[in-house]
Each structure stands twice: as C-alpha cells, then as structure tokens.
Ligand binder design. Sequence first.
Ligand SMILES: NC(=O)c1ccc[n+]([C@@H]2O[C@H](COP(=O)([O-])OP(=O)(O)OC[C@H]3O[C@@H](n4cnc5c(N)ncnc54)[C@H](OP(=O)(O)O)[C@@H]3O)[C@@H](O)[C@H]2O)c1
Length: 238
Amino acid sequence: MEMLANKKVLIIGATGGIGSETAKLLKQSQANLFMTSRDRKHLEKLADELEVPKDQLFEMDVTDSRQVNEVADAIHAKADQVDILINASGIGILKPIDKLTDEDFSHSLDVNLKGTFYLLRAFVPPMKESKKGMIINLPGVLGKVPMAGAAAYAATKYGVNGLTKSVREELRRTEVRITNLYLGGTDTSFWDEIDMPVNRKKFVTAKEAGRAVWFLCQQPNSGVVSEMVLQPFNHQAI
Ligand SMILES: NC(=O)c1ccc[n+]([C@@H]2O[C@H](COP(=O)([O-])OP(=O)(O)OC[C@H]3O[C@@H](n4cnc5c(N)ncnc54)[C@H](OP(=O)(O)O)[C@@H]3O)[C@@H](O)[C@H]2O)c1
C-alpha cells in the first residue's frame, strides 16, 4: 500500500488487542512503525515478529506526563514528527455506581483522559507547525452514548470526545486530521476482568477493529474522515 509506505506511525498501546492487529496491517503496508507499551518484553516480542527496530520501541505509561514528554522528545529528535499517532491505549472499569471506588474512578481518568491529554500536548505541536499529521483516537461508542455500569468509563471517553474535538478546533487552519473511531464491543483482553454478561462471540473481532484503524490511516488528500462507527450487529448503540 503505497500511501502508507515509509509513513512514520506511532502506536500507543501497540501490544493491546486492537493496537497489535493495527500494527500487523500497517507493517504489511510498509509503514515505519514506532510502538509503545508498559511491558518491554511483550513489546519486543511483537517488534521481533514485525521486524520493528529496537530503537523505535518505547516503554511508556501514559499516566506519567514526564515519560510521555521524554518519548515525544526522543521520537521528534529522530523523526521530526510522526505522520500518524494512534492512541490504542486504555482501560475499562465497568461497574455500577455504588461499586465504583475512588481508585477505580481516578485510575480510569488517569489512563483514558489524562493520558490522551498528555499525548496530544506532546505530539500536536510539531504537527501544528508543519500543518500536517493525523491523530486517531478510540473513544468507543461509550464516548457518545451511555450504558448502565459504564459511569466511570463513559465519563472518561466523553471527556476524550470533548478534548479531541476542541483540539480539532485549534487546528482548523491546518491539514492535521483528528479522527475518532467509535467502536462497539470488540473482543480483546479489555473484557477479561469485566464482570458483566456479554456475548464476546458476537463482538467485533480485534482483527476487524485493527482493519478499521488501518483504513482510517489512508484518508484521501482532499478531505478528512473525522468520525467512524463500527459496532456489533446486536448492539447498535449509535
Ligand atoms: N475492546 C473494546 O470493546 C473497545 C471498544 C471501544 C473502544 N475501545 C478502546 O480501544 C482502546 C484499545 O483497547 P483494546 O480493546 O485493544 O484493549 P486491550 O487489549 O486491553 O489493550 C489496551 C492497551 O492499553 C495499554 N494501556 C493500559 N494502561 C496503560 C497505561 N497506563 N499506559 C500505557 N498504556 C496502557 C495496554 O498496554 P500495556 O499493558 O502493554 O502497557 C494495552 O496495549 C482502548 O482505548 C479502549 O477503551 C475498546
């Protein structure tokens, strides 16, 4: 896929279900991948499989703004700017309001919302300067519609929606694309610890979600895909 060949693409949360499937497709399209995870070993295993050079791997926790800034500085020193930033990191704590602890709520905010803020603050400036670039976020349908048991998660993802759309307003005079992909239930390890009756067999597969992200990386020159929704047939919330 010529459009993606040699494009510098940074995947945050590259070892996750959606992140890793996206990475595989982007590699097949000859993108120049940069990848992050908190788990160096897991990241190196994926990088070996995809033949991503070790100096393009970064151990990073998105809740630590210092780490995010250091990774951004290292990448910008090496590559000027990334062409595409994909934020595939995130956690889901899904519990009814009376069961949510302070820790659950704070941790959800730290990873999903503050993490996105730290990433945008670190990676938008060179894009703004060059007036080019693309940022793909995964707020999920719960960034747009409510669901019982999703108070903490939806609060963070509605926040991501407001945050990213406001940044889009700041970039109006540029050709920086901000794209939000609203996925419904997708079968990844995201759901492993969630105590909720769901039928994962009917979910969108991680491969198809990765394909959606890969597709969004190939936007036409003359326009921007600002939103896309992909959800299971049996749970069309939007
Ligand atoms: N699965 C779904 O049904 C669904 C639906 C809509 C939207 N989404 C969104 O899609 C994104 C990816 O989810 P997924 O389904 O692929 O889940 P996943 O398989 O659990 O992957 C989540 C990723 O987030 C990373 N992560 C978690 N905490 C982090 C932290 N503090 N700092 C840096 N990275 C962190 C993990 O990386 P390490 O552990 O390697 O650091 C992992 O790679 C999330 O934002 C999620 O909210 C998922």
